[in-house]
Ligand binder design. Structure first.
Ligand code: NAD
Length: 424
């Protein structure tokens, strides 16, 4: 048996330290009681599992997986599962904490969780991926459930992975349990609009921010980092709204065309080749160059910590939309704030996914499914209301949008915790 080798990580700083430092700053600004901050600084539960998988070549690889619940004061915990070589327990904890704030900011009745397996899904065959997913699910089967903790897709996982989780859980229970996981394919109880939901929510936030600044999206340029679930659909939606998307990227290449990337061609190229490399009518630039392009909107939609104190002062965009979780480090945040850049923070800008996951969970529990227009309209209502609340709080208190969003969210979780009381 062999274990996976430790890769060079994209994480320059410990993300859980960042998440906890953010919480302490928010608590100071919003006068949240010290005892509560101590409670909210910790994750309720963290489970580490070993996941042995029979590989196609006859060997056995033992992968490491995690499932973390940060908080359940406002409802069952909810959060994606990440398959990536750089996954660490502290990364999963930080993502779980951010999920708690995200659900609270959106006003949906969930707490925060996250899961991950240290693996490179691109190097696994489909059947290896299925065996890994089914074994991981069975290792965490007592942690998840429709009233307890509900996983969803994140980096490196998709509808197929959710289908295997759903099936493994259901086989063990002896009946289909639709509410155990969201992001399922439509054929087995997924929700219309879920696949595009995160990007659609990001678009709503950009649209509302541009309107506040009396700008016009159809006169703006954008650069989008990452061409997976979030980045590809956000690039498409921005293009459909008339913005000129001048740069896109994935883990293999970054591409630029000052006249606009052909987004439909990029979708087709990525589908056919599995990479953006080789896309026609675009010149290669470096990943660093994409971040500092002279555009109106910069949307990091890949991984954490891509805008740091190293490159923040060179950023020329006036709006940063955090499609990814944690793409801007706190030190970069301070530099960007001084430059007057408007940051639409992750807990607001990428919350569309968990909102429609909530709709999927509700539809699954009721076994009654909604039209796509209904899903999108309800998503618009929730995201725009959260944007407005965040904007107003930021204006009133003269604080950045991130601080405002976290403040609203942490206060809601703190109030729920006080109302319930600390057991026993
Ligand atoms: P995904 O696996 O579908 O796509 C990730 C994309 O990022 C891929 O195109 C990959 O090639 C690219 N990428 C990886 N490393 C890169 C690098 N160094 N430079 C440029 N591109 C790189 O994942 P996703 O679901 O789109 O998630 C992306 C981000 O959005 C993550 O931070 C995730 O936590 C966050 N997010 C996702 C959802 C969701 O519903 N999927 C919801 C909220 C937040």
């Amino acid at each position: 048996m062999t274990a996976v080798e430790a890769p060079v990580s994209h994480l320059h700083e410990n993300p859980f330290d960042i998440a906890r430092a953010q919480l302490r700053r928010v608590a100071e600004t919003f006068d949240i009681e010290r005892n509560l901050v101590d409670v909210l600084s910790q994750c309720k539960k963290a489970v580490e599992v070993s996941v042995p998988v029979s590989m196609d070549d006859g060997t056995t690889h033992v992968f490491t997986g995690y499932r973390v619940t940060h908080n359940i004061a406002r409802g069952p915990s909810k959060g994606g599962i990440r398959y990536h070589p750089d996954v660490t327990l502290d990364e999963v904890k930080s993502l779980a904490m951010w999920m708690t704030w995200k659900c609270a900011l959106m006003g949906i009745p969930f707490g925060g969780a996250k899961g991950g397996v240290i693996c490179n899904p691109k190097k696994l065959s489909r059947s290896e991926l299925e065996r890994l997913t089914r074994r991981y699910t069975s290792e965490i089967i007592n942690e998840i459930g429709p009233e307890k903790d509900i996983p969803a897709p994140d980096v490196g996982t998709d509808g197929s992975v959710m289908a295997w989780i759903f099936d493994t859980y259901s086989m063990n229970k002896g009946h289909s349990v639709l509410g155990v996981v969201t992001g399922k394919p439509l054929t087995i109880g997924g929700s219309l609009g879920r696949e595009e939901a995160t990007a659609r929510g990001s678009l709503f936030c950009i649209r509302d921010a541009v309107a506040k600044q009396d700008g016009r999206l159809d006169q703006m340029t954008a650069a989008v980092q990452g061409f997976g679930n979030v980045g590809s659909f956000l690039a498409k939606f921005l293009h459909e709204e008339g913005a000129k998307v001048v740069a896109v990227s994935d883990s293999t290449v970054a591409l630029h065309n000052a006249n606009g990337i052909d987004i439909h061609a990029a979708f087709a190229h990525k589908r056919e080749h599995g990479t953006l490399r080789g896309l026609a009518n675009a010149e290669e630039i470096t990943a660093d160059e994409l971040i500092v392009l002279d555009v109106d909107v910069l949307a990091p939609c890949a991984l954490e910590q891509v805008i740091t104190e190293r490159n923040a002062d060179q950023v020329r965009a006036s709006i940063i939309c955090e499609g990814a979780n944690g793409p801007v480090t706190p030190r970069a945040d301070a530099i960007l704030e001084d430059k007057g850049v408007l940051i639409l923070p992750d807990v607001l800008a990428n919350a569309g996914g968990v909102v429609v996951s909530y709709f999927e969970w509700v539809q699954g529990l009721q076994e009654y499914f909604w039209k796509e227009a209904e899903v999108n309209a309800k998503l618009n209502d929730i995201v725009s209301r959260a944007f407005e609340e965040t904007w107003e709080t930021a204006q009133e208190r003269e604080i950045p949008m991130r601080m405002a969003a976290y403040g609203i969210a942490v206060r809601r979780v703190a109030e729920a915790t006080i109302t319930r009381g600390i057991y026993p």
